[in-house]
Unconditional design. Structure first.
Length: 117
């Protein structure tokens, strides 16, 4: 499973994170409720050291937020890597890729009468 983030604009503690991307990849060998996940973080190579540190803290769940629940299920953390991350898309289709690691595409769909992504 992968969670991909492309930050259009925003900051944390006054440090801009706009224009950066990151991906959390999780392998779940059994039931997803078992705390036996293997997890890795991929952070945009364009990020400065300060931005990398903040993204790592956010994505690892250290700062709180929704990632706390995901990271509570990890048994093995492979660390983070700083890599080129390519996000592409239009109003109907989007994709993210990390060379040799991830190549994923999704389409917008309609659910319950409203567009979902």
């Amino acid at each position: 499973m992968a969670l991909a983030f492309n930050i259009d604009e925003g900051d944390f503690d006054g440090v801009s994170l706009g224009g950066l991307s990151s991906v959390v990849v999780m392998y779940t060998p059994g039931k997803m409720t078992n705390a036996d996940w293997t997890t890795a973080l991929y952070i945009d190579e364009r990020a400065t050291q300060e931005q990398r540190t903040l993204l790592d803290r956010i994505l690892s769940g250290e700062i709180s937020g929704p990632m706390v629940r995901f990271m509570a299920l990890k048994a093995n953390f492979l660390g983070d890597q700083h890599v080129p991350i390519a996000f592409n898309g239009n109003s109907q289709t989007r994709s993210v890729s990390i060379a040799g690691i991830l190549d994923s595409m999704w389409r917008e769909s309609s659910g319950l009468g409203r567009p979902t992504q």
